[in-house]
Design a protein around this ligand. Structure first.
Ligand code: ZN
Length: 317
């Protein structure tokens, strides 16, 4: 029998990316098309089915070789049922996505949230290859997370495991409100949004920093300023790294993963972020829990979502 292939779908608010992976998680083909989210869930799911059929037709593979299809998207869902309860960026409420896609495609479809899927992608063929237990942080607009235990995504009892950005870790005296309704969440300081907010606050307070010269501050500007020795920018980056490292210290005594993988836009900052992050992690983690544990950047970049989604199907073999 010919080799099986695995199809991954990265369903974003603007574009749908589809990829074909082999059994090792190597991405062989990709295809990208518009989501058209404003046309509603049924139209979007129809488009996914169309793109999936197209990528297989355009490849050297046969439809019979498709072992399964996985999709990752941002939202809250009943993962075993593949039922999307709420996806704000797609405008979805209570969409039985798995059922509809399986009817359209005649294949097993597995759906999971984008941060879990990215973690699985990195675990399968990215920065976590060969490491059975790992935890992945995605630092972007928010802080996403995914936990991989024995090579599988750990969902928790209600699908909320891995919501690392909402660890309430900043002391109340310096905490601000988070979009989740809690205060002091990691995401309020260690996301791109949090870093920009801290920079704007410093400028508003009239602190002496090169960031004050910018019309609009992006997280990258803060990292660049920190690299040039700007003390205010360095303090902000160190604060983001401190709470990230402290959260990893907490995770280490709960799960004792073998590796932490940092993905998302902020992870491109390099050593200016990673050096103080490792320092904070070492400082707050008991020696036995951090032995042999490393903190590394993700390697699949934007492909982690497609690869991980394709990998979702291997769980069911
Ligand atoms: Zn929160």
């Amino acid at each position: 029998m010919a080799n099986q292939i695995y199809i991954g779908v990265d369903l974003g608010g603007t574009n749908i990316k589809v990829g074909i992976c082999d059994e090792h998680g190597t991405l062989l083909h990709t295809y990208e098309g518009p989501t058209g989210a404003d046309e509603g869930a049924e139209a979007v799911l129809g488009r996914i089915a169309q793109y999936v059929r197209k990528i297989v037709e355009d490849s050297k593979f046969e439809w019979d070789q498709v072992a399964g299809i996985g999709a990752g998207l941002a939202g809250f869902m009943d993962i075993p049922e593949g039922f999307v309860k709420l996806s704000p960026n797609l405008g979805w409420h209570n969409v039985p996505a798995k059922k509809i896609l399986e009817e359209k495609l005649g294949k097993t479809v597995t759906i999971d949230n984008d941060a879990n899927v990215a973690a699985l992608g990195e675990a399968w063929s990215g920065a976590g290859k060969g490491i059975p237990n790992l935890v992945c942080y995605t630092l972007g607009t928010g802080v996403g997370g995914g936990i991989i235990i024995n090579g599988h995504i750990y969902q928790g009892s209600g699908g909320m495991a891995g919501e690392l950005g909402h660890m309430s870790i900043v002391p109340d005296i310096e905490a601000i409100n988070c979009g989740c309704g809690q205060i002091g969440c990691l995401e309020t300081v260690s996301s791109a949004t949090g870093i920009v907010r801290m920079a704007n606050d410093a400028v508003e307070r009239g602190e002496h920093t090169s960031l004050a010269l910018l019309e609009k501050i992006a997280a990258k500007d803060v990292f660049d300023a920190a690299k040039s020795g700007d003390e205010v920018a360095l303090r902000i980056v160190h604060r983001a790294a401190l709470y990230l490292g402290k959260s990893m210290a907490a995770v280490s005594v709960v799960l004792n993963p073998g590796r932490y993988i940092i993905g998302g836009g902020v992870s491109k900052a390099g050593e200016v972020l990673f050096a103080p992050l490792r320092e904070a992690y070492m400082k707050y983690t008991p020696e036995q829990a951090r032995e042999g544990v490393d903190i590394v950047p993700a390697t699949l970049g934007n492909d982690a979502g497609i690869v991980g989604a394709a990998g979702l199907n291997l769980r069911h073999r």
